[in-house]
Design a protein around this ligand. Structure first.
Ligand SMILES: *[C@@H]1O[C@H](CO)[C@@H](O)[C@H](O)[C@H]1NC(C)=O
Ligand SMILES: *[C@@H]1O[C@H](CO)[C@@H](O)[C@H](O)[C@H]1NC(C)=O
Ligand SMILES: *[C@@H]1O[C@H](CO)[C@@H](O)[C@H](O)[C@H]1NC(C)=O
Length: 262
């Protein structure tokens, strides 16, 4: 009899534990790269329905930089703070829902003012009120990585001799551009210095290559970023795409000229 009772008790314990997990204080963090802006990191929480919010602590790289305590902001359910740093402008807005903060969120934006070089961690610790101070904490790593854009290939025709190709892409960190002929990597002729665009917050790179005329149809350029042990690639561009673009631009100009002449 005894073992059966033990089993039943443990099943009940496990069930009770699972139920508690489902309803307990819960924190979630999401991150998103917003084009022409930077990162948006959102920490949202939900407590037991009968609990209320004691505090939300936000940390960057394990250093706490903000605490949101609703009880200190009487009559206010929100708090906004901005940090103008050399490397970025950080802005946090915390907002508790009108249920004693049983749910709510803090939205943190990070707008780079300089090329971001390092990943950073972001964590959020949420605690319910006394006497239980039930809390949860989550941490995420925000990678200084925006996958390379699709490659754009342009034909820079020369008066005489073979056609030169110019391939451009953007990304973070600065992508490298790999040229292939018939899927074989070739050393490219020349690549420009990457330029950081303060509007898009991305690096822009270009590389030019002058293939043998008979190889033109087999030429591809691909932007790549190697980070840790991952290789992130952008969409390749082909010589045929570049030629089509050039030709359709030509056709477009002809149409405009024809219209003007009429
Ligand atoms: C609040 O709700 C939880 C889960 O339903 C329960 O375990 C706890 O005893 C309740 N606390 C109070 C103070 O009512
Ligand atoms: C390639 O294109 C980029 C971007 O349009 C430009 O800045 C660069 O001068 C071009 N390079 C060559 C060799 O044409
Ligand atoms: C910089 O980025 C902005 C926004 O994405 C874009 O409109 C602009 O053309 C870029 N400037 C250069 C020089 O690439």
């Amino acid at each position: 009899m005894a073992p059966e009772v033990t089993t039943k008790t443990s099943i009940v314990t496990v069930l009770g534990f699972l139920l508690a997990m489902v309803t307990a204080t819960k924190v979630d963090i999401t991150q998103e790269w917003k084009p022409d802006f930077g990162w948006e990191i959102t920490c949202s929480w939900s407590l037991y329905a009968n609990d209320s919010l004691q505090s939300v602590k936000l940390s960057k790289n394990k250093q706490q930089f903000m605490i949101f305590r609703p009880e200190n902001q009487i009559g206010s359910l929100s708090k906004k703070q901005t940090w103008n740093l050399v490397e970025n402008i950080m802005n946090v807005e915390c907002l508790e829902d009108e249920n004693n903060g049983v749910s709510g969120k803090c939205v943190c934006t990070v707008e780079p003012q300089q090329p971001p070089r390092r990943d950073f961690t972001f964590s959020c610790e949420v605690s319910g009120e006394r006497p239980y101070f039930r809390m949860d904490e989550k941490e995420i790593t925000v990678e200084a990585l925006v996958p390379p854009s699709d490659a754009m290939m342009a034909v820079t025709r020369q008066e005489s001799g073979p056609a030169s190709l110019n391939c451009t892409a953007t990304g973070l960190p600065a992508p490298t551009i790999e040229w292939t002929v018939d899927d074989q990597r070739v050393p490219h002729n020349f690549h420009g210095t990457p330029v950081w665009n303060a509007t898009s917050k991305l690096w822009r790179v270009w590389s030019s290559f002058t293939p043998q005329t008979e190889d033109l149809d087999k030429v591809q350029c691909t932007p790549e970023v190697a980070k840790g042990n991952q290789l992130v690639k952008g969409q390749s561009a082909l010589y045929n795409d570049a030629r089509r673009n050039t030709r359709s631009l030509g056709a477009f100009i002809v149409i405009i000229l024809t219209t003007l002449v009429r």
